[in-house]
Design a protein around this ligand. Structure first.
Ligand SMILES: [Zn+2]
Length: 179
């Protein structure tokens, strides 16, 4: 197993995982489409989700069972989390419609909350053992590191492994950590 405590190794693993996810993607693209990859540092598990509707659809499928039940379980848990102090103290409107991020999506619509739900509720794992590394696809097809947005920064670094913040600083600069 590759060394999952080395930030350079982790970045390469996450980049490769994101490439696979984008290559297999048949949903509509847009400039703000993010693929958030989380790597476990205690196993070889990887979790990856897109932002927006494609990520949500995939998460509903993974939870399985009755579709409406899965949707309400996911939406309920993510909403309760994002309303909590540890989840960023978002209001219901900020969660649904628009909060702090330039992209103008509600806090729920990013890729990171879907990864959080998968890690905590599907895998019943501690996010502190997972490193969050999000990517965006350039027009030319290459992937670039895409630090958590201003919505996600309110909670991502406090929940996922500290290497998430270290990588954000190294790859995105100090601006990637600004509230
Ligand atoms: Zn975000």
């Amino acid at each position: 197993m590759p060394d999952r405590t080395n930030s350079g190794t982790l970045f390469e693993l996450a980049h490769s995982a994101a490439e696979d996810v984008f290559d297999a993607d048949t949903s509509a693209g847009n400039a703000d489409k993010v693929c958030a990859v989380a790597l476990s540092i205690v196993s070889d598990q990887t979790v990856a989700y897109f932002s927006g509707a494609p990520g949500y659809t995939k998460l509903v499928e993974r939870v399985g069972g009755n579709r409406k039940d899965a949707q309400s379980a996911i939406t309920g848990a993510i909403t309760r989390f994002l309303q909590s102090a540890a989840g960023g103290s978002f209001t219901p409107t900020q969660i649904r419609d628009r909060a702090y991020a330039e992209h103008g999506r509600g806090a729920m619509n990013c890729a990171e909350p879907k990864v959080w739900y998968h890690v905590t509720s599907v895998l019943r794992s501690d996010p502190g053992n997972w490193v969050m590394i999000p990517f965006n696809k350039l027009g030319g097809g290459g992937l670039v590191y895409n630090p958590p947005c201003r919505n996600c920064r309110r909670w991502v670094y406090g929940h996922f492994h500290d290497l998430s913040r270290v990588i954000a600083l190294a790859r995105g600069g100090a601006a990637a950590l600004e509230p």
